[in-house]
Design a protein around this ligand. Structure first.
Ligand code: FMN
Length: 161
């Protein structure tokens, strides 16, 4: 079974989750970059608005060939209770038909609504969501996020996917 981890991370927390998954599964990993400037107070506000409105953005890589993978992990921080514009754009651009997808989010709360929205979009693209989780990263160090991710791999049976 071939897996790939695709993720967007602005502040590095989702990156820790993604890298922990890739390290444990010894699988491919790809960071999706948002070409719109997202740092600074003003950009934070416009990022929140973009996410709230489910706006698309310019991403790098602009698209991905997922032909060789059976299972695609897609991870994003939660912005305004939604997935980030980069990940909404990615889901729209990639051919996910027939893939098994594992969704993960990181946030300051225990919100499930972004996962539900992502699942609807993934299903509409002809893929099925086989597992999903949110990790609350509030006040957590990278080491703690890594440990929590390793625990989730076990409790969510992620070695199966
Ligand atoms: C623009 C913006 C909006 C956010 N909105 C939410 C939110 O609605 N709910 C929440 O629980 N956390 C929210 N957060 C917190 C992030 O989801 C959380 O810190 C996440 O782990 C950051 O991941 P990253 O370091 O990979 O970017 C927001 C953060 C930013 C920068």
């Amino acid at each position: 079974m071939e897996r790939i981890i695709l993720y967007y991370s602005d502040g590095g927390k989702t990156k820790v989750v993604a890298e922990t998954l890739a390290l444990n599964f010894r699988c491919d990993i790809c960071q999706i970059r948002d070409l719109k400037k997202r740092d600074g107070f003003r950009n934070r506000l416009s990022s929140t608005l973009d996410a709230f409105r489910e706006n698309k953005t310019e991403i790098y890589p602009p698209t991905l060939d997922l032909e060789e993978y059976d299972t695609v992990y897609i991870g994003t921080p939660i912005w305004a209770n939604n997935p980030t514009p980069a990940i909404i754009t990615l889901i729209d651009r990639c051919n996910l038909r027939g893939k098994d997808v594992v969704l993960f989010t990181t946030s300051n709360s225990n919100s499930e609504s972004a996962l539900e929205k992502m699942e609807m979009k993934i299903r509409a693209r002809g893929a099925r969501v086989v597992q999903q989780f949110n990790l609350n990263t509030d006040n957590k160090t990278p080491a703690r996020i890594q440990k929590d991710t390793e625990a989730l791999i076990v409790t969510k049976d992620l070695y199966l996917y």
